[in-house]
Structures are given as structure tokens and as C-alpha cells.
Design a protein around this ligand. Structure first.
Ligand code: NAP
Length: 276
């Protein structure tokens, strides 16, 4: 973690998608908190509030907890209404939410059911546009919105399946939302994070192998941490990112630029995953 500064002092905003201390959203919350931001955290339902409360208690600057189930438009609207009523204007929103039926994060993408396609797109993509719409009236000029995406939006990756399709739509949504929100001086960006072992990621088939593959083949030779994603999010959410909008920033130790397995580790990559 970087040395705390006052970079975000006086800035307030909402983090959506904090499940536990392994969540990428927790890395972002810690970075924003360390640099002075006041944070509201949304939780899906009462049972999950119990999980989130002990984390919120670790934050300074009087954090707020708000219920928000993104499958329910009324819940999303109520969340931002409450935020506006309690805090007036806000400066940032972090959208770190995705969901798909775990049984369809393996096997063939073409076997995705309509129900799961619709649910995956709703929770993982539409919820981002809806959050932008609801945040719009209460965002300060100079504000910033960040969502989380993955390389599976750009290229096929084993078992990522329909989530890759949803992330592609999410990345396009970042660009369109950046145009809409830019009219009020608000920036919108995505972070394409390398794989991190979280609750959501554990639903992806063979995720352990994906982690190892990235570690062996990323130019920096290791996996990214939630703290590192937090620092990049801090840059995009703060004045450090003042001229960046509509961007998808890869925070993956450079893995996305590679076109072939690392020759240095080819033997192990081969042993782990394929005949090389
Ligand atoms: P995580 O800790 O499991 O977070 C996922 C969050 O989505 C949870 O807080 C979950 O809430 C929330 N969510 C799901 N359905 C929801 C709903 N209907 N309403 C409100 N919230 C809902 O996993 P994570 O890996 O940090 O995921 C955060 C984001 O990073 C996701 O968009 C993910 O695709 C993205 N990402 C992850 C990786 C990775 O390798 N981990 C890499 C790149 C991008 P509940 O727990 O309350 O259901």
C-alpha cells in the first residue's frame, strides 16, 4: 500500500460489489480510504450486510452501508436516492459486480440458456448502465466512475463463456457511458484486472489453472493483487486520472500483450495444461 495522502480528502462515493476481504472492491475501498475518501458500500441483502459490516467498520471517515440488489431497478434507484439524501453530491462510483450460473461457466458457450444469458447480462452489464443513470443527478463535475472487466471480453478464455460476452458488452458500455457522462464532466473507465482468487472467480471452471498460467506467462511473472488493482482504481477515480475517460486499463502484469507462452516456462506450462 502506498503512503497515505490527502488525494481523496473531501471526496465521497459508492462502492458496489464488496463481498468479503478477498473482493477486488475491498482492495479499492482500502486504497480510497487510505487517501482520505468517504465511502458508502452497497450490499445485496440483509444476510450479506452482516458480512460487509465488519469490513466497513475498518474504514475511517464515517462509512455508510446501503442495500442494493442490482436485479431490482427500484432497489438501485432507492440506493442512489438515499445516498443523495444523506450525502448530497458524490464524486465516485465503483461497480465491481458480476454474476452467472456457475454450471454454465464450464462446457460450451453455445449451450448457454436464455435465462442465464439474460441474468448474466442484467447483473454484469446492465447494472453498470443503470448505476451510471442513477448516479448522474448526484455526481459532482470532475467525478469518476470505474467498473471491473476481464480479458475474456477481448479474447476467448477457457470456461469464461457467457461472462466474456457480458464483459464485451460492459466494455462497450464504458465507452457509451463516457460520452453521456462526459457532458456533465464525469469520467467513466474500466479496469481489466488479471485473475485474482475471489468468491466470484471460484465459480469459473479450472480457475486455479488460469491463475498459474497467468503467473507463468505475464511479463512481470506474477499475478496481480487486489491492492494493486486498488491503486490503479485510485488513479482513475482521483485527479491523477483527470484526462482519462472511456478507457479500459489493463491491470494484469502485462499478460494481455502476450501472444505465446513464455519459452522460459513453456515446460511447466505444458506440464500443467497441455502437451507442448
Ligand atoms: P466478489 O468478491 O465475489 O465480488 C462480486 C460481487 O458481485 C459480490 O459483492 C456480489 O455480491 C456482487 N453481486 C452479484 N450479484 C449481485 C446482485 N444481484 N446485486 C448486487 N451485487 C451483486 O468477486 P470479484 O472477483 O472481486 O468481482 C468483482 C468484479 O471484478 C466483477 O465484475 C468481476 O467480474 C471482476 N473481475 C474479477 C477478476 C478476478 O479474477 N477475480 C478479474 C477481472 C475482473 P454478493 O456476494 O452479495 O452476491
Amino acid at each position: 500500500m502506498t503512503v497515505p495522502t490527502a488525494l481523496m480528502a473531501g471526496k465521497k462515493g459508492l462502492i458496489m460489489g464488496l463481498a468479503n476481504d478477498k473482493s477486488i472492491a475491498w482492495g479499492i475501498a482500502q486504497a480510497l480510504n487510505a487517501h482520505g475518501a468517504q465511502i458508502a458500500i452497497s450490499y445485496q441483502n440483509e444476510a450479506l450486510e452482516k458480512r460487509v459490516k465488519p469490513l466497513a467498520d475498518q474504514l475511517d471517515h464515517e462509512p455508510m452501508l446501503i442495500k442494493c440488489d442490482v436485479t431490482d431497478t427500484a432497489s438501485v434507484e432507492a440506493c442512489f436516492k438515499e445516498l443523495g439524501e444523506k450525502w448530497g453530491k458524490i464524486d465516485f462510483v465503483v461497480h465491481a459486480i458480476a454474476f452467472s450460473d456457475k454450471n454454465q461457466l464450464k462446457g460450451r458457450t453455445i449451450d448457454t440458456t436464455l435465462d442465464n444469458f439474460t441474468m448474466t447480462m442484467h447483473i454484469s452489464c446492465f447494472s453498470f448502465l443503470e448505476a451510471c443513470r442513477c448516479a448522474s443527478p448526484i455526481m459532482n463535475e470532475g467525478g469518476s466512475i470505474v467498473t471491473l472487466t476481464y480479458l475474456g471480453a477481448e479474447r476467448t478464455l477457457p470456461n469464461y463463456n457467457i461472462m466474456g460476452v457480458a464483459k464485451a458488452a460492459l466494455e462497450a458500455s464504458v465507452r457509451y457511458a463516457a460520452v453521456d457522462m462526459g457532458k456533465q464532466g464525469v469520467r467513466v473507465n474500466g479496469i481489466s484486472a488479471g485473475p485474482i482468487k475471489t468468491l466470484a472467480a471460484s465459480g469459473i471452471g479450472d480457475f486455479r489453472k488460469i491463475l498459474r498460467w497467468n503467473e507463468l506467462n505475464a511479463p512481470l511473472g506474477r499475478n496481480v493483487t487486489q491492492e494493486e488493482v486498488g491503486m490503479s482504481a485510485l488513479a482513475l477515480l482521483s485527479p491523477l486520472g483527470a484526462a482519462i475517460s472511456g478507457e479500459v486499463l489493463h491491470v494484469d502484469n502485462g499478460y494481455h500483450i502476450t501472444g505465446m507462452v513464455s519459452l522460459e516456462h513453456a515446460h511447466e506450462s505444458g506440464e500443467v495444461l497441455c502437451e507442448f
